[in-house]
Design a protein around this ligand. Sequence first.
Ligand code: ATP
Ligand code: MG
Length: 225
Amino acid sequence: MAETVQYSLTGIYGGTFDPVHYGHLRVAEELTDILPLDHLSFLPAGRPRLRNAPFVSGEHRVALLREAVYNNPRFLVDDREIRRPGETYSVESLQEIRQEYKESVVLCFITGADAFLRLPHWHRWRELFGLCHFIIVNRPGSVQINNPSSLPDELQDICQSRWVTAAAELKNSPFGLIFTAPTTLLDISSTRIRNIIASGMSARYLLPESVLNHINEHGFYTGGK
Ligand code: ATP
Ligand code: MG
């Protein structure tokens, strides 16, 4: 009798993390249980191509992430895009990461619904479906994605046959599936935190205390959003 492959899942959570906040962290924690994930790596972007330059350097955004995850053994920070010179492309990082893991490990790339809707603008985006699964998380203030019909045509065409409705199905395939995870909707964004700090108000309880302390010690985000 042919043996079925037993894949295990690892999460990759890309973003600018300028700064990391409880919206990111709570989603990451819930996904490690729901999917479930062995580990989850936060992958901060160096020089993102599709948005303005971050307010804080890559090195400091990594330091803030490390403050946020140090007491969670399932969370890691992958700083490869910060160390790489030039523009950052997720497809290149995922290719590298893919080679570093055993074949029995499946990569689950986590994106908020707002980020997933911009996927067709990403460099070599169709290749991503040959490297990882996509896990979409909804967030307040963005279009909610619950099935392929909530997507624009271009994405709908490629996503329709890849959609799965049970997390357990992610373990049956090495890449290319899409799952919308039912995580808690938290209306927290880095933009809002930067605005609050710039206006001299308190950002406490929107992000870990240790992260906020690091921000305050360096005077980050006081000059504008
Ligand atoms: P900014 O306001 O600077 O864009 P952000 O809060 O959106 O910051 P990013 O670093 O841009 O944070 O996001 C990284 C990833 O996390 C993206 O895929 C984004 O959609 C997702 N994300 C950010 N905040 C939340 C949240 N509150 N709930 C769910 N997903 C989120
Ligand atoms: Mg964002």
